[in-house]
Design a protein around this ligand. Structure first.
Ligand SMILES: Nc1nc2c(c(=O)[nH]1)N[C@H]1C(S)=C(S)[C@@H](COP(=O)(O)O)O[C@H]1N2
Ligand SMILES: [Mo]
Length: 434
């Protein structure tokens, strides 16, 4: 197994268990900053706090003031762009029609466990602490970075989708007749953006990551999450050090503008190709540990449970699977007897999408869609297919099936799991010809 390829669930689990034995020291040869370097880094208001030396990583100032919508989401959620599900908002796929490659912030889905906090970037600090940093406890000092510190570091821009692990969950029920728990998303819990920020690797290097570090635990500043009466604490999800050093970004910009409040202002993680939960928003602190870390978000949730899985569930989920969506309203109305150019997008956490096939007769015959534009790795591809509609009125189903560069293709049915994660089957999109 390639120790760098922390992509599958098994690799994730192995890396977490074997720790440093498995992940070669990726910082070998990199200069470690002196303590003085760190002080310079957190010059200004951050200095005192950086020296205060509390390992408990208390919560930074964040106000969860009245948000603009009942959902606890700040941006407007016009019904032509979003379907609301409690504290979450799903992008309508027809709102992507005529758009460019990226998902604009005004229509990017929002997945909030609680509600969007309003954070002041001037007092915000990112705190790194734990046994995976140089200086063993109790001398270990948390290392702090201000917003300005991060803006002053070398910036990088990546293109990546963020997709909720439960995207498509609703189809377990509507298409497969299965009962699952969680938000019944259709396919709108995904978006692609340009994310600009600092490599997490650079920040870890400056903070003094040790060779023994195996896991990080990034944690958000939003309110504690209460799950059916049980307080699970603030949203946090372990991330193996090897993935963190590979391609994870501490993002402060989305599509060329500061992150909007709902998408993690001032700083969020972007963990390319992985389940959306990994991309912690409103990042407040990161525990860095020489031991494997656990939270309900990698034990209780984001594993596969149910028949065929052990009682404790599968390994924690990592990469997203391959999916496709039409840029059409759910149950679109089209005029019969004409040619309609169907548009859509396909994406995969395994890498690039190689080809996409369309069926307009319920899956009996398939035709290649024309893929246009080169896809950015980590993003999606756009495609189109001219459908010569039958001359008769009635209900039809449109199917799109993508295959990615690993050869993974969308099956007819998605394997059941109780939380309805990773629905990757071909979706039967209803249209009515009039
Ligand atoms: N702090 C925090 N980070 C979070 C969440 C959250 O509720 N709180 N939700 C996660 C989940 S489940 C997903 S799918 C993505 C959604 O990102 P978005 O709302 O910017 O689309 O954020 C992740 N990061
Ligand atoms: Mo999610």
């Amino acid at each position: 197994m390639n120790p760098d390829d922390l992509t599958g669930e098994t690799a994730y689990e192995t890396a977490r268990e074997l720790g440093r034995a498995n992940a070669r020291d990726p910082l070998q040869g990199l200069r470690r900053p002196s303590r003085r370097g760190l002080l310079r880094l957190s010059a200004g208001a951050g200095l005192g706090a950086a020296l205060a030396g509390t390992a408990a990583a208390p919560r930074a100032a964040a106000s969860t003031g009245p948000a603009a919508t009942a959902a606890g989401i700040v941006k407007p959620l016009p019904p032509e762009l979003f379907v609301q599900h409690g504290t979450n908002a799903e992008t309508r796929w027809e709102a992507m029609r005529g758009q460019g490659y990226l998902t604009r912030a005004d229509r990017f889905f929002v997945r909030n466990h609680v509600s969007t906090p309003l954070i002041d970037a001037r007092t915000w600090r990112l705190r790194l602490w734990g046994t995976g940093l140089h200086g063993a406890p109790p001398e270990a000092r948390p290392v702090e970075f201000s917003y300005e510190d991060l803006l002053g570091m070398r910036a990088e821009t990546i293109t990546a989708f963020i997709e909720c692990t439960g995207n498509g969950r609703g189809f377990y029920t509507s298409q497969q007749g299965q009962k699952v728990s969680g938000t019944p998303w259709r396919l709108g819990a995904v978006g692609v953006a340009h994310w600009r920020g600092v490599r997490l690797a650079s920040v870890l290097e400056r903070a003094g990551l040790t060779r023994e570090a195996v896991d990080l635990l990034p944690r958000g500043l939003d309110d504690e999450y209460i799950d059916r009466g049980e307080n699970l604490g603030r949203v946090r999800r372990p991330l193996p050090v090897a993935k963190a050093l590979k391609d994870v970004l501490l993002a402060y910009e989305m599509n060329g503008a500061p992150l909007p409040p709902d998408h993690g202002y001032p700083v969020r993680l972007v963990v390319p190709s992985w389940v959306g939960i990994a991309s912690i928003k409103w990042l407040g602190d990161i525990q860095v540990s020489d031991q494997p870390l656990y939270s309900p978000w990698n034990t209780r949730f984001y594993r596969l449970f149910g028949p065929g899985h052990p009682p404790e569930g599968s390994a924690p989920l990592t990469r997203m699977n391959v999916k496709s969506a039409f840029e059409l309203p759910w149950d679109a109305t089209l005029t019969r007897g004409r040619t309609h150019v169907l548009h859509g997008r396909s994406w995969s956490g395994n890498g690039r999408v190689r080809h996409v096939s369309i069926s307009t007769d319920g899956g009996a015959t398939w035709h290649r869609a024309r893929i246009h534009g080169a896809d950015a790795p980590g993003g999606w591809v756009r495609w189109e297919y001219p459908w010569r509609c039958p001359g008769t009125t009635g209900r039809y189903e449109l199917l799109a099936r993508a295959t990615d560069e690993t050869g993974a293709t969308q099956p007819d049915t998605a394997p059941y799991n109780t939380f309805g994660y990773l629905f990757g089957a071909v979706v039967r999109h209803p249209v009515t010809l009039v």
